[in-house]
Design a protein around this ligand. Structure first.
Ligand code: ADP
Ligand code: MG
Length: 697
């Protein structure tokens, strides 16, 4: 087996492959496109296509595909082989610049939210040269953007790239103000997404239709033990899981993905994988690929990887922490406070730009993570609340307080952490402790946005974050460029921004009910509990203007995304309700009835001997009560779905799903879970929470 340094990136047409295979001037010209966003000439594309094809064929490829991220949330691909006939029944393997740069595909089966009527079914994919092509199985995959005939974005990559441009434009204006001779050519967001997931045994999974159809359990009584002992988090990894993690890392490394950290998470059967951060566009592509590879490798180990936000009620759900910072092409992180943050005006300006952005667009940040799955997670065990706030830590908060009130800031002493054992090294103590409960935490030199669900694409939240920060920076640059005295204007701007937006800063416990009340009632922060509650904010004039001003979305594109998100929400819950009704009628009720019969039979035969039958009688009557409740619950749920489906307006429909169907499923579930606790194990028709959560041994 070759070493990691040898095989890392062997399936990625990365910088070293390009350098080795492209003529120097082609390489330089492509590099300029990648690094500086210069447009690409077709002659260059022809040469690149040919080199890519030769590289892919040497690695066993027969096909290529434009790989893209439609609004369904998963990736899409349509394979074409390289073959081209040359007469005499012979073929050659061909791949042109035109085929590399643009693809045309029937887009009518992808969600478009009314942007593309079916008579105009053409969609285009366009090569994104900033993300490396890679090989999956025997297919060369080319990362592409996907848009309609009229140029409207039908995917997640296009707006992300637009937002990166918007942020770059505004950040460079600010850097020029601090240094008119700056050599920074571009500023880009860097992102490292920490990915949580569950692993369950494949044989158990196959017997749970809720897991198969919806990715989560719809019923299941709490096992005697879950995560209360806190023994799983960072616990030693079971050999079977470790073998999985090892193969997963190896597969990711081959693709050039910087898989770095792996560990057990809070809930039993829950784990995490974190890569090393990279620029956001690549990070988004890599995260999509990572999720795909996670599922594929799991099958080889007779496991199933669950990426749902809440596969199990009552234990922690899975999120994806989005670590975000801003770096220049010269390698400087603009969110690094340095030794003396209180004197670092440029850092403070970028910091307050983020504070303002998160306050002004808290609604859009919430919207960007809204899915039916994530609604179960936000505000529940070990997940941030649905209220957006920022954790800055004591030191930065004290600095901002001093700046706001115009008082002198007394730098806190950096103390040393004493471990009480002489042989251990002395660790410098971080100026701030960690806060695990904040939805948006400053963690040293980056912000960690923790509201993302584990299955979310990271593109949506980063599109919002980039655009919102671009807007703060635009306002700042407008003011500062017009100022007569830069230093005075800068000081005033920082102070005024803190004053106007400090309500969003909260360093306390985000899980506390008192905080939710304070946030909502005293500070006026939004608490948007569910997808239908938050989505309408997307269409507010302020938000449409934000996206239009920065050329990230047109109004029509925003509206289409609104429709698609809510449609998707309704469809998800529809499938869940239908699955649940089916499981109740075809599996749970027959099982409980069979057990009830056994109990009655036992009671009857005991009676003939004059034995006490009070237990059998009580149990049978309790079970038969539950049988009736489940029957009624299932019928009620079915009727509610039918009614919800009659709404023509998607907003009304989504509210109906939330208000009648989610609640109906919850109450039906309670009957099922109670029935489970009274039914003998031998009768229960599918694996229980005990089996699933503790089944990987
Ligand atoms: P935690 O302690 O929260 O688990 P780590 O410090 O291990 O986090 O980092 C988590 C993620 O943050 C990793 O993906 C890491 O690469 C990423 N990260 C670190 N520095 C930056 C940065 N400057 N910008 C963006 N992401 C970063
Ligand atoms: Mg983290």
């Amino acid at each position: 087996m070759p070493s990691v340094t040898e095989y890392f990136g062997c399936l990625s047409f990365d910088d070293s492959a390009m350098r080795a295979r492209l003529p120097k001037d082609t390489y330089t010209s492509l590099k300029r496109t990648i690094d500086e966003g210069k447009s690409l000439d077709i002659n260059v594309a022809n040469i690149v296509a040919n080199a890519m094809k030769d590289w892919a064929i040497e690695k066993g490829c027969t096909h290529y595909t434009h790989w893209f991220q439609p609004l369904s949330g998963v990736t899409a691909e349509k394979h074409d082989s390289f073959i081209s006939p040359i007469g005499d029944g012979k073929i050659i393997m061909e791949f042109s610049g035109k085929e590399l740069v643009r693809g045309e595909s029937d887009a009518s089966s992808f969600p478009s939210g009314g942007l593309r009527a079916t008579f105009e079914a053409r969609g285009y994919t366009a090569w994104d040269p900033t993300s490396y092509a890679f090989i999956k199985n025997k297919t060369l995959c080319i990362p592409t953007a996907f848009c309609s005939y009229g140029g409207e974005a039908l995917d997640k990559k296009t707006p992300l790239l637009r937002s990166v441009d918007a942020l770059n434009r505004q950040a460079k204006r600010i850097l020029k103000l601090f240094d008119p001779n700056t050599n920074v050519a571009c500023v880009r967001p860097s992102v490292g997404p920490e990915q949580e997931y569950f692993l369950v045994d494949k044989e158990l999974y196959d017997r749970r239709r809720d897991l198969i159809f919806t990715g989560r359990t719809l019923v299941g009584a709490r096992p005697p033990k879950t995560q209360e002992m806190e023994d799983h988090y960072f616990g030693s990894i079971k050999p079977r899981v470790e073998a999985y993690m090892q193969e997963l890392d190896e597969e990711l490394w081959k693709l050039g993905i910087l898989a770095k950290t792996r560990h057990n998470e809070a809930a039993p059967a829950q784990h995490e994988l974190a890569p090393i951060f990279t620029q956001v566009n690549i990070s988004a592509d890599h995260n999509q690929l990572t999720m795909e590879v996670m599922q594929k490798v799991a099958r080889k180990h007779n496991l199933v990887c669950l990426l749902h936000e809440k596969p199990f009620a009552g234990v922690a759900g899975s999120g994806k922490h989005n670590n975000w910072s801003l770096s220049t092409n010269t390698g400087i992180n603009l969110l690094t406070p340095g030794e003396t943050p209180y004197e670092n005006a440029q850092f403070l300006l970028f910091l307050v730009a983020v504070v303002q952005a998160v306050d002004d667009y808290q609604d859009l940040l919430r919207v960007s993570v809204a899915t039916a799955g994530n609604d179960h997670r936000l505000g529940a065990l070990e997940a941030p609340p649905a209220v957006v706030s920022i954790f800055l830590g004591d030191e930065l908060t004290a600095i901002l307080d001093a700046l706001e009130s115009g008082t002198h800031y007394d730098p806190m002493e950096k103390t040393q952490l004493k471990l009480g054992v002489h042989t251990l090294p002395k660790l410098p103590k971080d100026a701030t402790d960690r806060n695990r409960t904040s939805p948006f935490a400053f963690t040293g030199n980056k912000f960690e946005f923790r509201m993302l669900g584990s299955s979310n694409s990271i593109s949506d939240p980063n599109t919002v974050l980039n655009t919102a920060v671009a807007e703060s920076l635009r306002q700042f640059a407008d003011k500062l460029e017009a100022a007569e005295d830069f230093d005075t204007a800068l000081n005033n701007l920082i102070r005024d921004t803190i004053r106007a937006h400090k309500r969003i800063i909260f360093n306390g416990n985000g899980y506390d009910d008192a905080w939710i009340r304070e946030a909502n009632e005293e500070r006026g922060l939004l608490n948007l509990r569910s997808t239908p509650d938050c989505l309408p904010y997307m269409l507010s004039a302020k938000n449409i203007k934000l996206f239009a001003d920065h050329k990230v979305f047109t109004e029509a594109e925003v509206e289409s995304r609104y429709e698609i998100t809510l449609e998707n929400y309704c469809k998800t819950i529809h499938i869940e309700a239908a699955t649940m009704v089916d499981m109740v009628r075809k599996e749970i009720l027959p099982a409980v009835m069979a057990y009830t019969k056994a109990v009655c039979d036992a009671g009857l035969s005991q009676k003939t001997f004059g034995v006490d039958t009070s237990y059998e009688e009580e149990l049978a009557s309790r079970l038969s009560g539950l049988i009736c409740s489940m029957r009624d619950g299932a019928a009620g749920l079915e009727a509610a779905v039918e009614k919800a489906e009659q709404f023509r307006n998607v907003t009304d429909k989504a509210f109906a799903y939330k208000e009648t169907i989610c609640t109906g499923m919850q109450s039906l579930r309670e009957f099922c879970d109670t029935a489970e606790t009274f039914t003998a194990s031998a009768y229960w028709p599918f694996p229980t929470y005990d089996d699933l959560l503790f089944g990987v041994r």
